[in-house]
Write a protein that binds this ligand. Structure first.
Ligand code: HEC
Length: 161
């Protein structure tokens, strides 16, 4: 019995030692945190583009597919709820990390939330239009939807076009 107790307490000490070392090593530096934040926000935006691309293609004459249009617009509406969070980490001090985000973002968080919400609303309106299966009505809602991406880029992103 005593032997078991000794073993268990030794095991507990080893485990807490591992946890302690891991937490000491895992605290990322401010630069690492900024790099992670930039990586994460770019990943979100790339995934938004992945979903918008087939819809933009339909608007440019590719065969219309109402199901794909609705599904991708709904995905974008959900993912866009993450935009304000993804643009909340101020990375202005780390201009050695590649980013096209303008530093004014961190003084305009309210407006970022407004622009993200505009995208959510327009994506949902587009998805609703797509449920009718009507190509004209659906693609008619595309200008506002796609425009919500550009509205934010015009204000808060280095002009890359
Ligand atoms: C509320 C603001 C906002 C909205 C809305 C927005 N973006 Fe962006 N987007 C940004 C910012 C800021 C960056 C720059 C990120 C960086 O480089 O750190 C960016 C970057 C990007 C990038 C480049 C990512 C990379 O790898 O460098 C793509 C692609 C993109 N956005 C697509 C979209 C699409 C598609 C939409 C609409 C469905 C959209 N964005 C809506 C603010 C926005």
């Amino acid at each position: 019995m005593r032997r078991i107790v000794v073993w268990i307490s030794a095991l507990v000490m080893v485990i807490s030692g591992i946890l302690f070392t891991a937490s000491a090593q895992d605290t990322p530096s401010p630069e690492e945190q900024a790099a992670t934040a930039i990586d994460q926000r770019k990943s979100l935006f790339k995934t938004l583009r992945y979903n918008l691309a087939p819809i933009a293609g339909m608007a440019q004459g590719a065969p219309f597919n109402a199901q794909v249009a609705e599904r991708n617009a709904r995905r974008i509406a959900v993912m866009a709820t993450m935009i304000p969070e993804m643009l909340a980490v101020n990375t202005a001090a780390f201009d050695n990390i590649e980013t096209t985000a303008l530093d004014i973002i961190w003084d305009n968080q309210d407006d970022i939330a407004v622009k993200a919400q505009a995208l959510i609303d327009n994506a949902n309106a587009f998805a609703e239009a797509a449920t009718t299966g009507d190509m004209g009505a659906t693609l008619g809602a595309f200008r506002a939807f796609g425009g919500s991406c550009g509205n934010c880029h015009d204000a808060y992103r280095v002009d890359t076009d």
